[in-house]
Each structure stands twice: as C-alpha cells, then as structure tokens.
Design a protein around this ligand. Structure first.
Ligand code: MN
Length: 232
C-alpha cells in the first residue's frame, strides 16, 4: 500500500507512569451532564437522555505530567471558554453495552479540557445549527496523561476543579454527574460502535468562563492527576 500523500500522524496521549502512548480514534463529548452547569447554560437539568457531540481526534493537545502545554488562542472568537472534564478512554470494542457491563470497556481515565468558542457555540445553537465551529476546532481538547484502570480503579466520586491564574473557577464532584460514566457508555454505544482508542469527555461542572492570552489554566480530578495549559 502506498499513499498518495504522507498519512497524518496518529494522535496519541501519554500513559501515566509508562513510556507508552494511547492512540486516539475518536473523541465523543457529553453536553450538560452536571445540573448546575445545565442551569448556567440556560436549560432545565431534567434527566433527559444524554446528548453527544464530537471533536476530531487530532484536536487533542497532550500535556505530559508536570509540563504546561502551550495552547494557541483560537481564531474567530471573543469568548473562549474553559470546561474541565473527566475523560474516559475506551479499551474494548462494543455496541449496545449495558451499564452493568460498561466498566469492562474502560481502559483508563484522564483529565481533559473541552475548550469552547462559546460565542460561536451559542450562535449556532440558537439557529439550530451543528456545533463544530464552536467545539471541534484545533487544539480544543487538552488532556492529561491517561491513568490505566489498574491504577485508578473506576472512580465514582472525587473533586474536580479548575483554576485560572491560581483563582478557583470550577469546582464539583464527579459523583454529581447526571449520567454516570457507565450510563454514558451505555447510551453512546446504542448510537456508535465503540472501539479501543475512543475518548469520552463526560461533561463539565458549573463555573465555566472565558480565558485570554497569557492565562495559566490548571485543573484536576482527585486521584487522576492534573492538567495545566498556557494560552498563547
Ligand atoms: Mn463540555
């Protein structure tokens, strides 16, 4: 097999405590999965079925542990927001997965930022248009090293937080997810066959807000590590 042009590199995320990397196939994201964040986005946090959107795999911006990754302020926005999220890395293929069996499909967990051009997202949302321009842009998915399940277990609670220049902006607990990780995997797998390499950003707690060039954005999840980026 010879390619007409050089193939793009495989996007990959470092594995915590290992020289290995986790190759990324797809990035799925859950919208409005914490009640207080749903309210701040102007919607009623009823337990409607979860909804999903996608980012391209090469939107990931890996930040090895202890390294602050430079993330470029994106074009075409004046309201560039942070969202800190628990990220699930899928390690086993499946569709129509039951919530009871969902943990078997998880390879590991990480901390991710679902960076968002909020002005574009809201303009698209209000017109009933797709969200890609607001959500799926380059470098829109900074991510910490992935912690394998053998080290992390399957966390069902733990503090999730994000600060900008040392000031706490977002704080919650992954135990407050409206749809748990297992339920999210179950729902998503009814619509897409999941494969090893898929990532799921599970939604953000309240307190999202804008960042500007020069800001240091740090976030973490208890037991899973931290992630820091500099907006440049
Ligand atoms: Mn999000």
């Amino acid at each position: 097999m010879s390619y007409a042009i050089p193939p793009a590199p495989i996007p990959a995320v470092p594995v915590a405590g290992s020289a290995d990397s986790f190759p990324v196939r797809r990035i799925y994201c859950v919208g409005r999965n914490y009640a207080a964040h749903a309210r701040e986005m102007g919607s009623d946090p009823e337990r409607d079925p979860p909804f999903f959107f996608c980012k391209p795999a090469d939107a990931i911006m890996p930040a090895p542990q202890g390294i602050t990754a430079d993330v470029a302020y994106p074009p075409q926005t004046a309201n560039y927001h942070h969202e800190v999220e628990l990220v699930v890395a899928i390690g086993k293929r499946g569709r129509n997965i039951s919530a009871e069996a969902a943990n078997e499909h998880v390879w590991g967990y990480a901390v991710g930022f679902d960076m968002t051009r909020r002005d574009l997202q809201f303009a698209l949302r209000d017109k009933g248009r797709p969200w890609e321009l607001g959500k799926a842009f380059d470098q829109s998915a900074p991510i910490s090293p992935i912690v394998p399940v053998g080290r992390s277990g399957h966390p069902t609670s733990g503090r999730v937080w994000l600060s900008v220049n040392g000031t706490l902006k977002q704080e919650g607990d992954i135990g407050d997810l409206i749809w748990s990780v297992a339920e999210t995997i179950s729902h998503l797998s009814r619509y897409f066959e999941l494969f090893p390499g898929d990532l799921i950003f599970t939604g953000t707690p309240e307190g999202v807000g804008a960042v500007v060039k020069g800001d240091l954005v740090s976030g973490g999840i208890e037991g899973l590590g931290e992630l820091s980026i500099r907006i440049v």
